[in-house]
Design a protein around this ligand. Sequence first.
Ligand code: HEC
Ligand code: HEC
Length: 312
Amino acid sequence: MLDSINADFTSSFWGLYVAGLVTISLLVCVLILVLNMTSRETGAPQVQAHTWDETLQEYNNPLPKWWLYLFWGTLVFAVVYLAVFPGYGTANDDRGARAEYAKETEKFQQVFDKYAKVDVAALAQQPEAVATGKRLFLTYCIQCHGSNAKGSPGFPDLTDNDWLYGGEADTVKTSILEGRAGVMNAFGAVLSGDEIKDVANYVRSLSGLSADAARVQRGEAVFAANCTVCHGPDGKGAASMGAAFAALGAPNLTDNVWLYGNSEAKIIEGVTRGRNFDNRSLKNAMPAWGEFLGEGKVTLLAAYVHSLSQKK
Ligand code: HEC
Ligand code: HEC
């Protein structure tokens, strides 16, 4: 653990840099103090040259002794403190804030590790585990899925019991652990503009939305020839074709639940350009969390997500 944190510092440069700065600061303080250790001169007190507001003047007395000694004291304290609680550029010491942080994280990691192999569905019944999962969700997941987990265009709603990859507790866990990236190829170069409009109308009709009857009829054939491989023969999505296909992530097109919107224009856009098709940037991909969070936290997250669509 310590090694992995200190690995951020690949050379001793920063350690030396900090040590140098600390040394210089301390020496400057000493210098200022020494220069101010003048003793009080006898006779009438000297007055500074400047005068404000016509009469306001300032004595030129040395610093009070008690103040000076206090300052020397803080310098001594600083040196002792730096030695005892390593702050003197010692990144690799096993004491100090860095090590303390490592110990804390390790302690927490052990708390979470307990959950790594616990059954997700069973865990979803335990309010405390679900509450912990929710806190993790609020930390790691809301930027894409929203604080209420209801998603936004391109980012699925996790509360509606409608799943791209299947909603079994273990499948949800796999989605989080390994990440997901459903890709739909672009048909802009394969189909004519009319064919795309036809199939878009057919897709809308599958969810009972208004559509042009003649286009729906023609679109059904286009769909059968181009789309069923991923979306299934009846358009009910990859997960409806069994576990072997679920990983394709092609959504159910018959349930009026939409990732990108149900307007004819949105559907035409998706079919023409594809979704996540420019492989350089998987814009709407679900990152894999297993390595970053560890399986324990992922299991708690899965329990929370699973619980969202269970209570009805
Ligand atoms: C960078 C954005 C992003 C973040 C952060 C993110 N997700 Fe996702 N998530 C997505 C996208 C996009 C998808 C849909 C993937 C696809 O379309 O193939 C998805 C899909 C999922 C699915 C599968 C849904 C289904 O219908 O099968 C689950 C479960 C999920 N996310 C949970 C989480 C959890 C839990 C977290 C926090 C640890 C999280 N996500 C963080 C973008 C994100
Ligand atoms: C290679 C598999 C594949 C093929 C072939 C395919 N799709 Fe898709 N489709 C997907 C995936 C995966 C998604 C989800 C993309 C995402 O997660 O960002 C999707 C998304 C969609 C959406 C968006 C759904 C929503 O909820 O907003 C529509 C509409 C759609 N496809 C229609 C079609 C049509 C029509 C065809 C045939 C012309 C087709 N698809 C062919 C895999 C495919």
